[in-house]
Ligand binder design. Structure first.
Ligand SMILES: Nc1ncnc2c1ncn2[C@@H]1O[C@H](COP(=O)(O)OP(=O)(O)OP(=O)(O)O)[C@@H](O)[C@H]1O
Ligand SMILES: [Mg+2]
Length: 258
């Protein structure tokens, strides 16, 4: 496995779930997508979420951000029931940062304008806002792209823009829905390092889902595998790839990380 995360947190000094999904069920019309799902994520944990197409990973992110209401169950942040708290308040008061699977920026604004827009929503102080945006521009090497209308950016550039927009807020919980899709190898490495640094320097909690399982497993503390609306396996990357249920539902027989 590419060694991005040098050590994995197995038990937390500060125990206690920052984010809790409690008995979540989700139906679309009569079709059940999530079935009585329970999940606890510790403060400062990086959790990887894996599962086949259509299993409900993006739906889980939508339920956490407030974009969708679960049919049953509760979302708790720091033991506070957020289930009925609107999206905007979850982003500002509970500092949820979200990188959606698709979109997440305004097509007709250029890259700089998209950053300014989110900056103005989250940071009142002009000097602080400018400094934060400039730091992100340098970190993501956006200088040559600033004036390009975002719809004309390449797939990977768009993804990087949305990731940088999610970081403006200094989120406490960062949700990344397929962040590695469309990124080149070096950019994936940069993003993995950003995720791990955010965890150690800013004590941020991250949930990431991606089908690039090797890239995902090299930067998480724990991973879960979803199947048929439930979590069927949970453990460290080494544990999860050896888990026979996870292998038959998701990884297949051939999957290795070395
Ligand atoms: N608004 C909706 N109306 C009806 N069905 C929906 C709706 N949104 C999602 N679904 C269904 O819910 C299921 C879960 O979708 P979701 O997008 O969460 O899957 P996913 O695990 O993120 O998949 P992928 O890996 O392909 O991104 C899918 O079967 C999808 O068709
Ligand atoms: Mg999805």
């Amino acid at each position: 496995m590419a060694l991005i995360k040098k050590f994995r947190i197995k038990s937390f000094k500060e125990k206690g779930a920052l984010l809790k999904l409690e008995k979540i069920s989700m139906f679309y019309n009569k079709r059940q997508i999530l079935n009585n799902l329970n999940l606890e994520i510790n403060k400062q944990e990086i959790l990887g979420m894996l599962g086949p197409n259509g299993v409900g990973k993006s739906t889980i992110f939508h339920i956490i951000t407030g974009l969708k209401d679960p049919s049953y169950g509760r979302v708790l942040i720091n033991n506070f029931d957020c289930t009925n708290i609107p999206i905007y308040e979850r982003a500002t008061r509970f500092k949820i940062g979200y990188v959606p699977q698709y979109g997440g920026f305004i097509q007709d604004l250029n890259l700089q304008e998209n950053l300014n827009l989110v900056g103005e929503i989250h940071i009142n102080d002009k000097v602080e806002r400018k400094a934060k945006i400039e730091k992100l521009i340098s970190q993501f090497e956006f200088d040559p792209l600033l004036k390009i209308k975002s719809k004309y950016l390449s797939g990977g550039q768009k993804k990087k823009l949305v990731i940088s927009m999610a970081l403006i807020n200094d989120p406490s919980i960062l949700l990344l829905d397929e962040p590695f899709a469309a990124l080149d190898i070096l950019t994936i490495k940069m993003l993995q390092e950003i995720i791990v640094n955010l965890q150690s320097m800013q004590k941020i909690t991250v949930i990431v889902c991606d089908h690039q399982a090797r890239d995902l497993l090299s930067c998480v503390d724990r991973a879960i595998v979803l199947s048929d609306g439930k979590i069927i396996a949970s453990g460290s990357p080494d544990e999860i790839i050896k888990d026979s249920t996870a292998r038959s539902a998701y990884f297949g027989d051939e999957f290795k990380i070395n």
